[in-house]
Design a binder for this molecule. Structure first.
Ligand SMILES: Cc1cc2nc3c(=O)[nH]c(=O)nc-3n(C[C@H](O)[C@H](O)[C@H](O)COP(=O)(O)OP(=O)(O)OC[C@H]3O[C@@H](n4cnc5c(N)ncnc54)[C@H](O)[C@@H]3O)c2cc1C
Length: 395
């Protein structure tokens, strides 16, 4: 092995979390390599599509505090990249305020916002109809608008992170797949389909495929993969616009009955807006089992809901696609983030992040992965997310 194959940190996966880690490790003076099997900016992983929901609010106070910690890190990223990445079009949560969903619960989230002194506007069903153009909402529906929420420019974020990683001297290699890891007491040997590297620490940021590298060494993570539908609809009236919205409803026998939608993309306005059902049903066997075709029943359910409640949109889908969602078996924990110490021998040299709705945390996740790689700990409270956290910790 030559000096050029030796690194302080090798990051597996060049999605937003891997790029954020690569950038911040290199900025801290570490010789860093990021590898991605499909190449950077690929649409085959958990980051396809143009936008993600930015929200401060979480029902779980520890996760809420993490979004508050992520916000200044987004602002720094925006300032370094000289572009807006979070567009504050507002975050509207409404529906049955007592229903518990994987996204959270409205009534309790309002109480947490009161405690943390985060401003929001409480709304009735009639307010929501009048202000945002929804129709025929059940009278008991209610909710809130959090004006600092909105939408994140996904492609802009990836471009910003890639550029900053390059600037800091991080090596970025696309089209190279990591096939296996061999951790030992002094570091990790990383075998790819092209060559072998040696490093002090590995950061696994390879999303849906994390277990392909962990399981052969010991224990994998309890995760499930879903191919989620993304649906673009046409606005009937170009003057009408929405905040990001999420409707909380009682589940049906077949699905979670949850829907969301974005307003106009401020960075690429068009007559289309993107919506989706959040149906965590029918998990797929692996990342290579995606079809790119959404389940037609899910698209129909979304269209029907829009036809009933959003007259400003033509419910006929103009475009559909899918995105790979990785979620923990125990949905309350939301994410896995930590050292692989209790999963595999010499796992203290492996940091891992996987699963959950993690885009909103990207600059923070990169920082925490570097903290863990360099010091084995971080100042941020990530106890709920530890790969070995018990169900108790995740409550
Ligand atoms: C439909 C949908 C909606 C979402 N909405 C939101 C939202 O509104 N708000 C939010 O905060 N989050 C949201 N998320 C979640 C968010 O998009 C993801 O958490 C985030 O994009 C994942 O980024 P990542 O870097 O962890 O993984 P990925 O983007 O999946 O990147 C992993 C990378 O690893 C590479 N890789 C895999 N195996 C290997 C290997 N062996 N060797 C080398 N490279 C490898 C892959 O090619 C891939 O590029 C949503 C997700 C979905 C699916």
């Amino acid at each position: 092995m030559t000096g050029s194959d030796l690194f302080d940190i090798v990051v597996v996966g060049g999605g937003p979390v891997g790029l954020s880690t690569g950038w911040q490790a290199a900025a801290r003076g570490r010789r860093t390599l990021v590898l991605d099997r499909h190449g950077f900016f690929n649409e085959r992983c958990g980051t396809s599509g143009a936008e993600r929901h930015w929200r401060l609010q979480y029902t779980q106070e520890d996760l809420f505090r993490l979004t508050l910690e992520a916000l200044p890190r987004w602002r720094r990223l925006e300032s370094l990249a000289e572009r807006t990445l979070i567009h504050e079009i507002g975050s509207l949560w409404f529906g049955d305020v007592d229903v518990e969903t994987n996204e959270g619960q409205i009534a309790e989230t309002m109480r947490v916002m009161d405690r943390l002194d985060v401003r929001y506007e409480a709304l009735t069903a009639r307010d929501i109809e009048r202000r945002f153009g929804f129709a025929r909402l059940p009278g008991h529906y209610a909710g809130f608008l959090q004006p600092g929420g909105g939408t994140i420019d996904v492609r802009g974020t990836l471009a910003a992170l890639y550029g900053l990683a390059q600037q800091e001297g991080c090596l970025l290699r696309g089209g190279e797949r990591v096939l296996g890891l061999e951790p030992d007491a002094d570091g990790v040997t990383v075998r790819t389909d092209r060559q072998t590297y040696r490093c002090a620490k590995v950061v696994l940021a390879n999303g849906a495929e994390v277990n392909s590298l962990l399981t052969p060494l010991g224990r994998g993570l309890d995760i499930k993969l879903y191919e989620m539908a993304l649906v673009s609809l046409r606005r009937r009236d170009q003057a009408v616009d929405f905040p990001f919205w999420f409707v909380f409803q009682q589940p049906t026998e077949e699905d979670t009955n949850l829907f969301y939608g974005f307003g106009r993309n401020p960075w690429s306005p068009s007559e289309l807006v993107r919506l989706g059902p959040v149906f965590e049903v029918d998990p797929i066997a692996g990342a290579d089992h995606t079809t790119g075709e959404p389940d037609p029943r899910h698209v129909t359910r979304l269209s029907t809901w829009v036809g009933n409640h959003l007259p400003a949109l033509d419910p006929e889908p103009v475009r559909t696609s899918t995105c790979l969602a990785v979620l923990p078996g125990d949905l309350r924990r939301q994410f896995y983030l930590g050292l692989a110490t209790d999963l595999v021998p010499d796992g203290g040299n492996i940091v891992l992040y996987s699963s959950g709705w993690g885009f909103k945390f990207v600059p923070l996740l990169g920082e925490v992965c570097v903290d863990l790689a360099l010091h084995g700990s971080t100042e941020h409270d990530i106890s709920r997310l530890a790969p070995t956290a018990t169900q108790e910790a995740a409550r």
